[in-house]
Design a protein around this ligand. Structure first.
Ligand code: 5GP
Length: 141
């Protein structure tokens, strides 16, 4: 498998070299909004440990991503008045992976509303700010 690339965009976000709309952080994970959301509230949970995807992440690091994803999913359902939540994780190009630092997608869903295709459009920064605020509030309640 290809080696982990320290210059991938999520590694830069973790190092603070690139901004993100942060919603939650633990000592082992960072959660932030996807800037091209497939539905309002689309959030990414990543491990702080370098891992390309599910094929090289340490089980304990993945367990922490899963634990935080569980929490974000509940908050996202509440914050966006969703009917359900889709979780996705893509590993390697064959599976649709585009950014090579492991991430879990958490997408709030409404009945009858399809997810947008990946990378359809960049969301307005004001909308992302509002969505981050809503998620942070839901995580605290
Ligand atoms: P993948 O197909 O690798 O599972 O998904 C990568 C995701 O990262 C996509 O949903 C895409 O919209 C998102 N993404 C790409 N570049 C950036 C970025 O610079 N910031 C954020 N927050 N998300 C990004």
């Amino acid at each position: 498998m290809t080696a982990y690339d320290n210059d991938n965009i999520f590694a830069k976000i973790l190092r603070g070299e690139f901004p993100c709309y942060k919603v939650f952080e633990t000592d082992k994970t960072l959660s932030f909004l996807d800037i091209m959301p497939r539905a309002p509230g689309h959030t990414l949970v990543i491990p702080k440990a370098p891992a390309r995807n599910i094929l090289d992440i340490k089980p304990d690091d993945f367990a922490e991503v899963a634990r935080v994803s569980h929490r974000i999913a509940a908050a996202a359902k509440k914050a966006f008045n969703a009917d359900g939540v889709t979780l996705q994780q893509f590993s390697e190009p064959a599976a649709g992976q585009v950014v090579y630092h492991l991430h879990m997608h958490i997408v709030p869903r409404k009945v009858g509303v399809d997810m947008l295709p990946p990378a359809s459009r960049k969301e307005d920064p004001k909308v992302l700010e509002d969505h981050a605020t809503r998620l942070i509030a839901a995580l605290k309640s």
